[in-house]
Design a protein around this ligand. Structure first.
Ligand SMILES: *Cc1c(COP(=O)(O)O)cnc(C)c1O
Length: 228
């Protein structure tokens, strides 16, 4: 498919939903993709990328950042507390804030640095035991807890169960965000980003539809809910 087609489909979905053109940010999920494919998308002018592992991103991005201005990196995978320092130094946004201890660590680091990446709280909308994220019923309390720590919470993020209609999960996430006064909605992947935009997504995370299929089993982290 490629970047141009996905961008065009995003513009169409925005228009169909009565949303302003450009109101949805495309995060090109480059995890596990060969560097040449990533370079090609950079050459086309795209600058917003998603990675799901801190270590992999740290190895891959510094050379690209030396060559291309304005790269924005988003962490979309689980964040271990002991990698938080490295993550806040590298990412512009973190989409996987999912527990009090991580919130406390990020707050401490933010104070130390005087800055913090934009944060999205991951919600386990399907309440799947193997998946990260706060339960829908715990979301209001966790948002309040993060705000009390002065963290820049921009929105909510979800990864719907693979075997359910994602629109129901997107609608639930939108409802939780609205009632907490949050404008950011990180939802929608290759198979369902148009449905996510119809439900109000502000950030779609699209990997294989831009770059091509990843190697079987790659990018999979036990417990992350990332079954790809
Ligand atoms: C890998 C991944 C994506 C992208 O998935 P595609 O189906 O390749 O678009 C989106 N979000 C998260 C959290 C991921 O881990």
């Amino acid at each position: 498919m490629g970047l141009n087609e996905i961008t065009a489909r995003i513009r169409q979905a925005e228009a169909a939903a009565g949303r302003a053109p450009g109101s949805v940010t495309l995060i090109a999920v480059s995890k596990v993709q060969p560097a040449a494919r990533v370079a090609a998308v950079l050459e086309q002018g795209h600058r917003v990328f998603g990675e799901n592992r801190v270590q992999e991103a740290a190895g891959r991005w510094p050379p690209f950042q030396a060559r291309y201005d304005g790269i924005s990196l988003h962490l979309i995978g689980p964040l271990q507390t002991n990698k938080a320092r490295q993550a806040v130094g590298m990412f512009d946004a973190i989409h996987s804030l999912d527990r009090p201890r991580l919130a406390q660590t990020l707050a401490r680091l933010a104070q130390e640095r005087g800055s913090c990446p934009d944060l999205f709280i991951q919600v386990n909308t399907g309440e799947e035991p193997q998946k990260a994220g706060v339960a829908p019923g715990e979301t209001d309390a966790f948002v309040a807890e993060c705000r009390a720590l002065d963290l820049p919470v921009r929105g909510l993020m979800c990864i719907p169960p693979v075997d359910e209609e994602p629109s129901l999960h997107f609608a639930l996430l939108a409802k939780l965000a609205a009632r907490n006064g949050l404008s950011g909605l990180s939802m929608g992947m290759s198979a369902d980003f148009e449905r996510a935009i119809a439900q109000g997504a502000t950030h779609v995370r699209v990997g294989s539809a831009i770059f091509g299929a990843r190697e079987e089993g790659e990018g999979l982290l036990p417990g992350s809910g990332n079954r790809f």
